[in-house]
Design a protein. Structure first.
Length: 83
């Protein structure tokens, strides 16, 4: 079945200048892979995330927090549908 959500707790494409990048690390390829499942990503901003990173991604990463509404009862309407 797979996961319903991919929750990312910051530092999506870059983990900071004090940490060496692993050999072969390719942020553009990471962005492409994450964008392929963008509708299932819930992410919050990490201390190394930037507006430049956001330009590569099709899901929001600049918010310091996210709200998640999960319907326990399918007969209840989705509050996001009216936005």
């Amino acid at each position: 079945m797979g996961a319903q959500w991919l929750v990312i707790l910051g530092d999506v494409l870059n983990h900071g200048p004090r940490n060496a990048l692993p050999e072969g690390y390719a942020p553009a390829q990471v962005a492409e892979a994450l964008n392929s499942v963008a509708e299932r990503v819930i992410a919050v901003r990490g201390n190394c995330d930037s507006e430049v990173d956001q330009m590569l991604l099709r899901f929001p990463i600049t918010a310091p927090w996210q709200q998640v509404f999960e319907r326990a009862n399918p007969s209840v309407s989705d509050p996001r549908a009216s936005v």
